[in-house]
Design a protein around this ligand. Structure first.
Ligand code: GTP
Ligand code: MG
Length: 197
């Protein structure tokens, strides 16, 4: 699929204020600093469309980007950022879970995990929440440029095994690098398939 048009629409703290046109949307979630905003810029080939930072806690709102004038990519705040107050962290957590549970036009959540490190409990817990809530998701391994092929293969294998302890089937998985534009076509094709299903 070609992205011909990508435009920022609106930022919100509350899901109730998000666009009401019911266009299909795809959201990006994961630990703070995992590379959500960078992946959106990679998919749209639009540097600076979503704001990125080397410091965690950059994205703090629900951000809608209209793609090809017909569907949305949604950049969300990261979870698990340690350096904000407990109150602030709870507020962000509520914003994210509210969005997931209430957004009826949400077609798929991409859960981003760092390809360079083994499975983290916070990511597995979030996937369990999505599964229990009946929200379709896939797993995106990010920053694959920073890990050897062997180590990456080990992490993928361990992830599959871990998930199969509690899941009957595995979600789709994508290996990406925003830096090297890796995995871009695969994710866009996957979105295209969902849009036309
Ligand atoms: P928050 O909004 O704070 O939750 O972070 P985020 O998940 O949106 O991460 P962001 O896209 O801002 O990227 C965080 C850092 O990771 C930045 O310094 C990026 O340059 C870096 N980064 C993102 N993607 C990649 C990648 O594919 N490879 C490498 N090496 N670095 C990356
Ligand atoms: Mg971000």
């Amino acid at each position: 699929m070609e992205i011909k048009n990508a435009a920022f629409v609106i930022s919100n703290t509350r899901v109730d204020n998000c666009p009401s046109d019911a266009l299909p949307e795809f959201a990006f979630i994961g630990r703070s600093n995992v590379g959500k905003s960078s992946l959106i810029n990679c998919l749209t080939r639009h540097d600076g469309l979503a704001k990125t930072s080397s410091k965690p806690g950059k994205t703090l709102l629900i951000n809608h980007f209209l793609i090809n004038k017909t569907w949305y990519l949604v950049d969300l705040p990261g979870y698990g950022y340690a350096k904000v107050s407990v109150g602030e962290r709870q507020k962000l957590h509520r914003m994210i879970t509210d969005y997931m549970l209430k957004r009826e036009n949400l077609c798929n959540v991409f859960v981003l995990v760092d390809a360079r490190i083994p499975a983290q409990p916070i990511d597995l817990d979030f996937m369990a929440f999505l599964g229990e809530s009946g929200i379709p998701f896939s797993i995106v391994f990010t920053k694959s440029d920073g890990v050897s092929q062997t180590r990456l293969a080990d992490h993928l294998k361990a992830y599959r095994e871990k998930l199969l302890e509690t899941w009957e089937a595995l979600p789709p998985m994508f290996v990406t690098s925003a830096e090297k534009m890796r995995g871009r076509e695969e994710i866009l094709d996957y979105i295209d398939t969902i849009l036309h299903s």
